[in-house]
Each structure stands twice: as structure tokens, then as C-alpha cells.
Write a protein that binds this ligand. Sequence first.
Ligand code: FRU
Length: 492
Amino acid sequence: MKLKKNLFAILLLLSAVINAQNKLYTEQYRPQFHFSPATNWCNDPNGLVYNNGVYHLFYQHNPFGNVWGHMTWGHATSMDLIHWKHLPIAIPEENGVMIFSGTCVVDKNNTSGFGTNGKIPMVAVYTAHIENVNQSQHIAYSLDDGITWIKYANNPVLDLHKKDFRDPKIFWHQQKKYWVMALMFPVEHIVQFYSSKNLKEWQHLSDFGPAGDTSGVWECPDLTQVPVKGTLEQKKWLLQTSQNANMQYFVGEFDGVKFTNENPTNKIFRPDYGPDYYAAIAYNQLPATVLPTSIGWVNNWNYANDIPTTPWKSAMSIPRTLSVKKINNDWVLIQKPVAAIAGLRKNKITIDNAVVSDKKTLPIKSKQFEIECTIEPAASSVSGIRLATGTNNYFELGYDATKQIFYIDRSKSGNTTLNENFTKKDRFKKKITLQNKKIKLHIYFDNSIVEIFVNDGEAVFTAQLFSDKDDGGIELFSDGERQNLVVYIFGK
Ligand code: FRU
């Protein structure tokens, strides 16, 4: 490819951010700026809540092994959503009852009555899971800022005697002055809404669904209010659901009783168009100055247990801030990496006015970096970037100008045979219309995870890849004859 003017790239080196314990966090595939448990399995983020300057991250965890099982809430905290501190297990499996996904609130007005001696309780609501028998909603509380938890003596607080009924998300509804709980009828593809004055007694409010993508069981509903980008005051309600094994969202209104979707019902909207983003939920009780922020699980149930990482399995996405924007007739979710991640930048390489003909290898090898670039594709060209390049392998992301699609392709990215579903799931795409003839990409690569924010967060792609040890090259490519590529690269 040929590049005309203005090729500008900056590459920054980021530092490893998670506290290395002995040899942990030095393993080949270990992400450095994505949260992962020190050892053993994790899946969904749970109980995301902000309390006294601290962001809590609870998560589905197996303390006994590196595959799914013995579900327990693991716990970590952060002051900036980027640097995490591991804490002891929060809520353990007990007598064969697993602690499935749920959420957490700080009960500042002690509506639950769990607060004693003036202490403010944190209350967690989760699904108690008895394999093949029952799923019901339980609560537990903490009087020491989330470190130790006491299970409520009169659990369950909601039991419909169903085998599949899970993943409560609770939050305080300011106008109605009650707690709202969203939870799933997975098989029926229905989100149910309940209300409570005290977190203990719940009344059914309404149902939403089936809608949109009903190809897999629905899990992990998340209802949160988000700003409309570019306005000072306007807000909409964002309902995200996970259906094995990807996510979708709806945008509309929630009047404290009922959710109404305002997006076209014949279209499916996804918070992530890659293979490895699931069960995302948003933080509760953030300060007014912080944008709504969500975290998702970076893995896919079709092959999750077989990814070749040890002694841990799975990581969390970069926390993403959320807003919505009306584009034509659609409310589109806009996601951005949380601002604090820019603090990890170390070195930068700038490539300006580069012209790429066929390919151009960057003068750096790295598996932890951030790239910002703008590509101006020529008509009928395919152009983009290859990461983790080596003798035989690469991970490709690019824009096909003929088809007007942005795509990622991990078919040649190293170990692709860890599970046949991983082998099959090798290419992902979405139609993206160029803006002023350009497409903007913001890419984070972290050893085995790539997250790409397209056009300022209008679409996101998250994927895992397991490249060979030495596959650390980066190259720009194009097969177009008259290609303008403008690349800004930050990263490490
Ligand atoms: C989603 C999920 C939830 C469940 C949890 C169990 O990934 O299947 O529905 O609560 O994981 O670990």
C-alpha cells in the first residue's frame, strides 16, 4: 500500500502494573494491565461498587482449581480501576451451594437494618446455586468495607423454585425511593424487575423480553443510567444482557417500574463485536463526577476452560466508561477505556506521514502496547495492522473498503487449536462507515488480550490470542494502490 501524507504514530511502553508475587505475573500469556486472579479460575465480574474512594471488584472464582467449579466470590480493590490489590475470598461456596453472580450496594441509610453501632453495611445480593435443582436470590452483608461477609440468616430473599433464575443486579432508584433488582429468566429470555424498601422483601414490578438476540440463554442483566454524549443533562437507561456467548444492549427509559426499549427492534446492538467479552456489569454508586463504568469478563464459554494459561484462567476487560449517542435512528453505546490507563504510558514512537506499500514493519517489538491510529483507506483496498507478528504468526485487524467492514482475524495468531470452537471462531467483523474518509482505531494489546475501540468507542472488539513467545512484531499493511494511512500509535 502507499500512504500519502500525515502518517503519524506514537508508541509508548507501559509498565507491568499488577503486583508480581514471586514468579506470578511473569508467565508467557499473563496480562499486565488487565485484572487476573493470581491463581485459579475466574469468570464474571460481580458486585462492582464504589465505597469511600475504593472501587471494589468481586468476581466468580474457583479457589480450588483452574477450571470452572466451586463458585465463590473473589475480591480485589483499586483506587483508579487500573492497579488492583488482591484481597481474601469474600463469599465462599458452602455445603454445596455455590455463590453465583450478583451485585453489591453500600446501604448508606441502613434500609436493611444490618448496620450496627453506626457502621454502614455493604450488602451483596447473589444467586445461590444448587446444581440441577434450584437457583434463588440470597443476600450477605459486610460491616468492614467488604472484607468479611455474613450470610443473612433468613435467606433466600427471593425463591421462585426454579432451576434457572439468576444474576441479580440491584441499584437504588432515586425517584421511587426503593431498591430495584433486575434478574434473569435465562431460558425464557426475560429480564424481571423487582423492588424492595429493605433489600429483604422483593415485589415483582415488570418483565422485559424476549427481544433481540435469543440464540443463547440470557444471563447477567445490567440496567444503568448513562449520559447522552454532548448534552449536559440528558440521560438514558442502558440495559445490557449476556446471551451465551456474547452480549447485546438496549437503550431507552426506565420509569422505576418498566423498561422501554427505544432502539429499533429488528436490529441487534452489541457492546462488543469480538469473541471474548461477556457478563459485563456497571459500577454502583459512583461519585457524580465519574462516568458510568463497566467491566466485562474476557473469555467465551465455548472454550473458556481450555485456554492455555496457568496457574490462572481468565481476566477482566479494561474498565470502560459508558455514554450513548443518537446516530441516525439508533441509540449507540459509546465506550472508552477508563482515563487512568493513560498513566501507564512509558515511551512513545511517532510515525508521521508514513507511506505504506504492501507492508511496513515498526521498529519495535512488544506485547504490551497501546496504539492510536487513523486509517484513510483507498477505494477497494484492505489495510490495517498486524500485531504479535513472528516467523509464521500474526493477529490481523483491518478495514475492507469494498465491503465497508472492520474486521479482526486471529486464524494465524499462534495456538488456535486449543479447542475446536476457538479454531472456528477466528474472524469477526462489523460494518463501519468511514467518517471523513477515515476510520479511527484505539488498540490495547496485553500479552494475550487485544481490545480495539473503533471510531471513538462506537464499536469495540475484544479477543484473546495465544501467540508464540517471540511473536512481538507490529506491522502496517495494505493491498490498495492509493492508500492513505494515518497512524498515531501510543503504547508499549
Ligand atoms: C455467566 C454465568 C452466570 C452465573 C455464573 C456462574 O457467565 O453463567 O449466569 O451466575 O456465570 O459462574
